[in-house]
Design a protein. Structure first.
Lengths: 42, 212
């Protein structure tokens, strides 16, 4: 698997998937923000 | 402009921590780009960024050693804050809910949440393996005195760990971008009180009591 290059290609595809996954996650969930109003309680 | 009534921000990362962190980051990018060219032919073009494959091949191991020294100099300072505590188990169990902003967050006891701690400990191990496997195949200095079998094994382990590192650092960078205020904490050094109370209530209480 290593010598044939399959493992490396799978590795590259997974790295690309991590980047694409991050973009999709941001599109779906949006940024993790804190309302500064909480400062009054703090 | 800061008004008199505005709550004072809290120092999260000192000057030394931030400088070391960004030095590690720069070294990582250079290592990653030079390593990619050797990882897969598809990325061979990145060698041009280093003046060609020959020089890049020479530079990569030196960058690796510099990176490891900088990383451990940085990481050892954070050792105590990354010790695992009982509450981390609950955080990990609710990690996907946290990522999807579903349900209530599990309160974080210390300066770092369990996800950050897992990243910390995994990088401690991964970078050590990368360093050792890299040294074993470093020509012309060490590789000639290492057996062919061990060199080949090191090659596979090095590539596998580099892959794990890319995924880990990718998640780390994304998490820092996703969590608004985290990037400012690593550039300016401070976070708002609301941010500290929301993300790291245990640490916030320690700071408030004056024993960070």
């Amino acid at each position: 698997m290593w010598r044939s290059g399959v493992a490396k290609t799978l590795g590259v595809l997974t790295m690309v998937a991590v980047v694409v996954g991050g973009i999709f996650h941001y599109m779906k969930v949006g940024p993790l923000e804190v309302k500064e109003d909480e400062a009054k309680e703090a | 402009m800061t008004t008199a009534s505005a709550p004072q921000p809290i120092l999260r990362h000192s000057h030394a921590e931030r400088l070391t962190h960004w030095a590690v980051a720069v070294a990582y990018v250079a290592l990653f780009l030079s390593g990619l060219a050797m990882f897969h032919p598809f990325f061979f073009w990145t060698s041009a960024l280093f003046g060609g494959a020959a020089f890049m091949r020479v530079l990569h191991p030196f960058l690796g050693v510099a990176f490891a020294i900088l990383f451990y100099a940085y990481a050892l300072r954070l050792w105590n804050d990354n010790k695992l505590v009982a509450g981390d188990r609950a955080w990990v169990s609710n990690m996907f809910k946290y990522m999807n902003r579903a349900g209530k967050d599990v309160p974080v006891e210390g300066k770092y949440n369990a996800g950050q701690k897992l990243m910390y400990w995994s990088m401690m191990v991964v970078i050590l393996v990368l360093l050792v496997s890299g040294i074993l195949m470093w020509r012309p200095y060490f590789a000639p005195s290492v057996g062919v079998g061990l060199r080949r094994f090191s090659n596979v382990v090095h590539a596998a760990m580099a892959f794990v590192m890319f995924v880990g650092i990718g998640v780390h960078v994304y998490a820092a971008y996703w969590t608004k205020g985290a990037m400012k904490a690593m550039t300016r050094g401070t976070v708002s009180r609301a941010w500290a109370k929301h993300h790291h209530p245990g640490w916030y209480e320690e700071v408030r009591k004056g024993s960070p």
